[in-house]
Design a protein around this ligand. Sequence first.
Ligand SMILES: Cc1ncc(COP(=O)(O)O)c(C=O)c1O
Length: 482
Amino acid sequence: MNSRNGADYSRRLPLYRRVAGVLEAQIRQGTFRFGERIPSIRASRSLHRVSRTTVLQAYFWLESRGYIESRPQSGFYVRIPFSQLVPEPEFRPVTSIPRVVGLKDTISEILRRVDGPPMAPLGTAVPSHRLLPNKKLNQFIRAVIREVPHHSSRCEPAAGSESLRRQVARRSLAFGCNFSVRDIVITCGAMEALNLSLRAVTTPGGLVAIESPICYTILQAIESLGLRALEVPTHPRTGIDLDLLERAIKKYKIQACLIMTNCHNPLGFIMPDNRKRELVEVTAKHNVPIIEDDVFGELSYQFPRPRTAKAYDRKGLVLLCSSYSKFLGAGFRVGWVHAGRYARDVEQLKSLSTLATPNLPQLTIAKFLETTAYDRYLRHLSAVFAQQVQRFSLAIQNYFPEETRVSRPEGGFLLWVQLPAQANSTKLYRRAASENISILPGTIFSPSRRFDRHIRINCGNPWSEALDHSLRTLGKICKEIC
Ligand SMILES: Cc1ncc(COP(=O)(O)O)c(C=O)c1O
């Protein structure tokens, strides 16, 4: 291997990086074009005279940087880089005022409509059951029933099953943390984790700083607790605007910030580590707690998965919430929270609200987490989602009006689409529903309803002709109403 073609083949680099460097250079130079298959692992092994593990490491490295993608049972292909696609949604650093959310009726009405079974599922953020490990989970359920036949006869303590909390604590190293089992509270999904965290750090009528745009689920939690929200503009690549956040903290009495730092819903970005650190420093300086929602963090396209803001928490002011809903199944209703200095408050609130979380789903998930198959499964699922997101993005580029802009997710299975200036997402959502296509209008992603020309698209279903047809129809409607 030499360095004539511009790749970094320095001998100081590990062998797999040198192999990756050769392929990277070939992709850059067009030796392998977008969409083409790169040599199989076996072919690369003999070509570079290295082990299978080295080739795999090289391919995973290239995959994590977005050069290639793996396709199940088919091999590795050169990925179409987002830079060749449509531009990203615009960022507008505008200031806001505190508001009551006032969206609960609109959201309920929309969800009632888009969750109907005959709709093309481009609306709610639920992956297809065909991609989830139902068979494996059912095996674990049977094993739990055999091992703990009395699982339904009593409640676990409010904090949850010790075996699941132990697994969360072990996994926390991947988030850049090292949790103690004692400080983790298992909840009924992330929704309960967010609700309990909000209740632990706010008082009724209090003010919460939120990202703009942000998932309506978070807005529902804030509204249901009688809190007010202050929107802080969020950049589609780097996350919440930290200058505007600090200015807001100085101006208003903000009781908490609710933030998604990884695989944001709806924007899909991963906040860079230095900005996560800065976020924690800025809020800690003013003693403002952060409630960090990491429900999509495990679905990062990078490996290893990204750290959380919690990794930089030195004062116990970050309450990290997550769940298994987005990659094992929302039906389990299992989530968790590490609430830092508020851990005991959250545990007490949990006990007062739902007493405990059902045993069987907790024990089942703990069994899966114990296995090495869990990590492999997450990597596989994330790669599938990365591919689906690319496919949907291409279709939008082909079918939607010219000025359309699309997010470039770094994890998860959602796309945020900015339509031309004349578009009205509520009108589009209604017209789409009449064609049996479910999408979510941007208006429910902000209390000020400022995303009226945006829609969110769920890419959690395997690509099919039916989905292609739905996106084509959606593009046609967009062109008609713009
Ligand atoms: C950003 C975000 N947070 C929290 C939740 C709630 O997750 P769970 O189903 O685990 O309660 C969702 C679910 O849609 C979500 O998208």
